[in-house]
Design a protein around this ligand. Structure first.
Ligand SMILES: [Zn+2]
Length: 358
């Protein structure tokens, strides 16, 4: 691989053998696939796209090319937490289902409030979560396959965001996980914003609320390690607490579960309409009618479907798990996360449909 080759060349030139990342995992499941890990240090690499403002003579980046080809996100190796050093930029490449996903982990502003182990978890989360979202939603425009996560420190301690996203760049507040342990899936939420790839607020039903509730829908469905952490710390409001459709994440999850079938993926189609911006805010009644076609909701208005949701048990089950090893009432009773993942369309599915048409 080109990047691996270049990286190795520079490593030899600088003689930084100590930067070689060992195989194996500090804390996660075993890796059955063999993979090559190369890590090295280079100065102002051209691989650091869009980093002009940070690129000075002394800044260094570490390029890690960990595999030839990976089929499963689970097969990704862990680096040692000790390998992560403040001031460096780490670049990872993994190919999953034929698509190469590049992660730039920018630690130039890292002051170790976020634990090194948690940064490795974030890297693992990226390769587990993002390719799944990409497979279902990423093909339209298409969404970026390169994502940069930058740890940020703020000079004042007030009103700083936990994390935010612009285009394919995610900024994580260094102090957020320190004071909110287990909230890894804030990154799943931010990665959903990357997948959204610039939805226009005036072309989705409820502006920012629609953008945020879709990101929270993704946070729930694609949560790291099947919700092991997410369900403990992040509750999806039930219909009693939040009887308003514009902010209801749970309604989207319910809709998905109700309307998925072998020839319709309603959330994929919802994503497409939001991406295309074919409907202005006040036209979304029509958009929903179109989305309901071919589902059990065909011919019904969105208000009618919302009432059906309010009458369902699904709307009221608790989505909170007691601890890492427990399931929430919602998952226990509906298994909705697995159901959606199993039945949702994928790029492979779409490609097979296209091939049939030919
Ligand atoms: Zn958000």
């Amino acid at each position: 691989m080109k990047s691996g080759f270049l990286a190795q060349g520079v490593a030899i030139a600088l003689g930084l053998s100590t930067m070689m990342a060992p195989q194996g995992s500090a804390e996660t499941e075993t890796n059955e696939n063999e993979s090559v890990i190369e890590a090295t240090t280079e100065v102002s690499t051209e691989d650091i796209v869009g980093k002009e403002e940070d690129a000075d003579e002394t800044e260094e980046s570490v390029e890690v090319d960990e595999s030839e080809e990976e089929d499963e996100a689970e097969a990704i190796d862990e680096s040692n937490a000790d390998d992560l050093v403040p001031g460096y930029i780490y670049i990872y490449h993994h190919t999953i289902n034929g698509i190469q996903f590049k992660l730039v982990l920018d630690l130039s502003d890292w002051q170790k409030h976020t634990k090194a182990e948690d940064l490795l978890k974030i890297k693992e989360l990226f390769y587990e979560v993002y390719p799944q979202m990409y497979d279902r939603f990423g093909g339209y425009k298409p969404s970026p396959t390169d994502v940069e996560i930058k740890v940020r420190n703020y000079t004042n301690d007030e009103d700083n965001p936990a994390a935010y996203t612009t285009k394919n760049q995610i900024y994580l507040n260094d102090k957020f996980l320190e004071s909110n342990p287990m909230h890894y899936d804030c990154m799943t939420h931010e990665l959903a914003h990357v997948i959204q790839n610039g939805w226009a607020g005036e072309k989705v039903e409820y502006g920012m609320d629609s953008i945020e509730s879709f990101a929270n829908y993704c946070r729930f469905v694609y949560a790291y390690k099947d919700g092991r952490y997410n369900d403990m710390v992040h509750e999806m409001k039930d219909a009693e607490a939040k009887n308003v459709r514009d902010k209801s994440t749970r309604f989207l999850v319910w809709l998905d579960q109700q309307a998925l079938s072998s020839d319709r993926d309603i959330m994929r189609d919802y994503f497409e309409l939001c991406s295309d911006g074919s409907y202005t805010k006040d036209n979304w009644d029509k958009a929903w009618k179109r989305l309901f076609k071919g589902t059990k909701f065909e011919g019904k208005s969105i208000d009618k479907v919302w009432k059906m949701y309010l009458d369902s048990k699904f709307a009221y089950y608790s989505s909170k798990a007691a601890d890492e090893n427990s399931k929430s009432e919602l998952i226990e009773k509906t298994d909705v996360r697995n159901y959606i993942k199993k039945n949702a369309f994928s790029q492979k599915y779409e490609d097979s449909l296209k091939a049939k048409k030919k």
